[in-house]
Design a protein around this ligand. Structure first.
Ligand SMILES: [Cu+2]
Length: 354
C-alpha cells in the first residue's frame, strides 16, 4: 500500500532497489533471456513495423490529398466524379488480409509452441501458489518451499503449475515474455527456458485487491552448480537467534503485506513498537494483553504462544478487537507454515519485544 510505503521510507527504498537491471543491447533492447523471446519479440517488431509503415503511408496520402485537391474557390467543380475503383478496393483489402493472416499464423505457431510442454520441462515441474498477496514456490525435487523468490537453473526448461488459493491472479515475468492467468479451482500451466543468469521480477498482473501492487517475487536464474546448493533453503532454527532470523524471512515473504513491525497498525495489528505482541518485563519476554473478540464477546487475553499459534492457524477464532470488522487474514495451516516455521516466526516476534 502506498501509504504504508511512504510511512516506511526504508521499505520504499528496498522496494525500489529490488528492480533488476539487466544489460541492454546496442539498440537498448533486452538480450534474449528466455526461449519465449523467439515467439514474442520477432512478431512484436513485425507488427510494430507494419503499423508504422501504414501509419506513415496513409497519413502521407491523406495530407497530400488534403492539400493538393482542396477546394480553392466556392464554385470550383469536383476534380473527378469517380465513386468506385474496384481494382483499388481489391488491392487494399487483399494486402491487409495477407498481412493479418501472416500475423495470425506466426502468433498461432508461437502460441502452440508456448503451450505444448516439452518432456524436459514437464520433468522439471514447479508449483507456484498465488494468494493475497504473495507467491509460494514448490520445487521439482526438493522438500523445502520458498516464498517471495524462486530459483531456476539456466538453460533448463521448466514448467510451472499455477494455482490460486483465493481470487484471480496472473503469473507475469515480463523480461521472460511469460504471462498466464492463475485461476482459482484449476491448474494452469506455463513453461519456458531461462537462457541467462540473473535476477528478474515476477508480478501479479491481475488486480487482486488492496496489496496487489506488492504482490511480486524475485526470479533467480542460476547455474546448475549454484542451483544444486538449493539457495532458497535458508531455514535454520538451531539457535534462537537463527530461528528469529528465519522467522523474519518468513515474515517478509508471507506476512509483511499486512503486518508491520514498527508499531503502525494500518492493515493489521503491528508486531513491534509499544503495541507489539511481546514486551520485556524484568528481563523476561512476556506477552502483552490483547483486546479480542471471540464469538462476538469482547475479552482480554494474553498474547502468549498458544494465542499466537491459534491466531495463525485459525485467525477467526479470536479477532483482534480493532480489526474485528476487517479480519481478512487467511489461515496458515501446517501445509503452508510448518510447526518449526511457525515457532521461528514466534521467535522473531519475541525478538521485537521492547
Ligand atoms: Cu494477485
Amino acid at each position: 500500500m502506498l501509504a504504508q510505503l511512504i510511512q516506511d521510507p526504508a521499505k520504499a527504498a528496498a522496494a525500489l532497489s529490488r528492480a533488476p537491471k539487466p544489460e541492454l543491447d546496442a539498440y537498448g533492447q533486452l538480450p534474449k533471456l528466455a526461449s519465449t523471446f523467439d515467439h514474442v519479440d520477432g512478431l512484436f517488431y513485425f507488427t510494430y513495423a507494419v503499423c508504422i509503415f501504414f501509419f506513415v503511408l496513409i497519413l502521407g496520402v491523406l495530407l497530400f490529398s488534403v492539400v493538393k485537391y482542396r477546394r480553392k474557390t466556392f464554385d470550383q467543380p469536383p476534380a473527378s466524379n469517380t465513386t468506385h475503383n474496384t481494382p483499388l478496393e481489391v488491392v487494399w483489402t487483399v494486402i491487409p488480409l495477407i498481412i493479418v493472416m501472416v500475423m495470425f499464423a506466426w502468433g498461432f505457431k508461437g502460441c502452440l509452441d508456448m503451450t505444448t510442454v516439452p518432456q524436459a520441462a514437464s520433468q522439471n515441474t514447479y508449483k507456484a501458489t498465488a494468494m493475497q498477496w504473495n507467491w509460494t514456490f514448490t520445487y521439482p525435487n526438493h522438500p523445502v518451499k520458498s516464498s517471495g523468490a524462486v530459483w531456476l537453473e539456466v538453460d533448463k526448461p521448466a514448467q510451472f503449475l499455477l494455482e490460486s488459493e483465493d481470487v484471480l491472479h496472473a503469473f507475469y515475468i515480463p523480461s521472460m515474455r511469460v504471462k498466464r492467468d492463475v485461476v482459482p479451482g484449476r491448474y494452469q500451466t506455463v513453461w519456458f527456458t531461462p537462457t541467462q543468469c540473473g535476477e528478474f521480477h515476477l508480478f501479479c498482473a491481475e488486480y487482486c485487491g488492496e496489496q496487489h501492487s506488492q504482490m511480486y517475487a524475485k526470479v533467480h536464474v542460476v547455474t546448475a552448480e549454484e542451483f544444486a546448493k538449493a539457495p532458497w533453503n535458508t531455514f535454520d532454527d538451531s539457535t534462537p537467534a537463527l530461528a528469529a532470523k528465519s522467522g523474519e524471512n518468513i515474515y517478509k515473504a508471507l506476512c509483511s503485506a499486512c503486518h508491520t513491525v514498527n508499531g503502525q497498525s494500518v492493515l493489521a495489528p503491528s508486531w513491534g513498537g509499544d503495541k507489539g505482541l511481546f514486551t520485556k518485563k524484568d528481563g523476561n519476554v512476556v506477552g502483552r494483553a490483547r483486546q479480542v473478540v471471540e464469538n462476538g464477546q469482547a475479552k482480554t487475553v494474553v498474547a502468549d504462544e498458544a494465542y499466537i499459534r491459534e491466531s495463525i492457524r485459525m485467525p477467526l477464532a479470536k479477532l483482534a478487537a480493532d480489526f474485528a470488522a476487517k479480519a481478512n487474514m487467511n489461515a496458515f495451516g501446517p501445509d503452508k507454515l510448518s510447526d518449526r516455521e511457525l515457532n521461528a516466526v514466534i521467535e522473531y516476534m519475541k525478538s521485537l519485544a521492547q
